[in-house]
Design a protein around this ligand. Structure first.
Ligand SMILES: [Zn+2]
Length: 285
């Protein structure tokens, strides 16, 4: 069995800015760079997460076809629509593929594709999203077939949203992390609380305990040095700790932004940090 994996990468894409002064200070607001991972052998394949716009879904489907492997399953790691609105295009190209996710994550996924939420997502990507979003079905058990073997799904609790999970492929010493681990990209902390940030730190411990060598993050800086699992987990631990300390010492968004930018100057998608700062510290300047 030649078990293998490959990663489809999407660059940051422009979105309307909702925080004052961002465009003047930094440039166009962007959605974070994103990935989708194909794990396969000669007998079949598993696609992990599938992006957001219709065009991305189509390009991802064409990329999967170019591997000449048929995905039997599409696994969605967590209930954020930017990881599964591309599903209709994947299912159009691979009608036999079964979209699945943790059973406990399905209600939040259904909420993400409700008319109200679709209006919010449509505001970020006008005219670019499917009109017929599809939720995954509940995964029975904790493994997903990959051709002749299987990947293991590990629930990790709340990270940047509730009911997150990662996919572990021991045969490749690989973790596909969804949003549990970011690669050289600002972590989504809008709406976070001390509890949710502590839960995210515990999730990093859970991923570390898998002792994988390679980790493919759902949001990965196109200029990231590598996909080294230990380096990324350690970076994310430091980011969360620095954010907690900086938040504690800051009374206005600009202070938090300045502290985090000084500590983490080279991360992709600074807009993510600004959104969190204005959310958690109000619009004071
Ligand atoms: Zn995400």
């Amino acid at each position: 069995m030649s078990l293998d994996f490959d990663v489809f990468v999407v660059d940051p894409k422009p979105i309307p800015s909702a925080v004052p002064g961002f465009e003047e200070a930094v440039g166009p607001a962007t959605w974070p760079p994103s990935t989708s991972t194909l794990i396969s052998d000669e007998r079949g394949a598993l696609l992990v997460d599938c992006l957001i716009t219709e065009q991305e879904g189509r390009e991802l489907a064409a990329w999967v076809k170019s591997h000449h492997r048929e995905p039997g399953y599409v696994y969605i790691t967590h209930p954020h629509a930017d990881h599964f609105l591309g599903l209709p295009e994947i299912l159009a190209a691979f009608p036999q593929a079964r979209p699945v996710a943790l059973a406990e994550s399905i209600p939040a996924m259904e909420e993400q594709i409700s008319p109200g939420f679709m209006q919010v997502w449509g505001g970020f990507f006008p005219g670019q999203l499917t009109a017929k979003p599809v939720p995954p079905a509940a995964l029975a058990g904790t493994t997903v077939p990959v051709g002749g073997s299987a990947a293991t799904v590990i629930p990790v609790g709340a990270t940047d949203t509730g009911h997150s999970s990662v996919v572990h492929v021991p045969g490749l010493s690989l973790v596909v992390s969804g949003d549990a681990v970011y690669n050289q990209t600002h972590m989504w902390l809008r709406g976070s609380t001390p509890d949710s940030r502590a839960s995210w730190a515990r999730a990093l411990d859970t991923v570390a305990a898998l002792e994988a060598d390679t980790l493919i993050a759902g949001h990965r800086n196109p200029r990231a040095a590598d996909d080294d699992a230990r380096r990324q987990i350690s970076d994310c631990r430091r980011y969360l700790a620095d954010f907690e300390a900086a938040l504690d010492r800051s009374s206005a968004p600009a202070e938090l932004i300045d502290r985090m930018t000084a500590a983490h100057p080279d991360l992709a998608n600074p807009y993510t940090l600004w959104v969190a700062a204005y959310d958690l510290l109000g619009s004071r300047t």
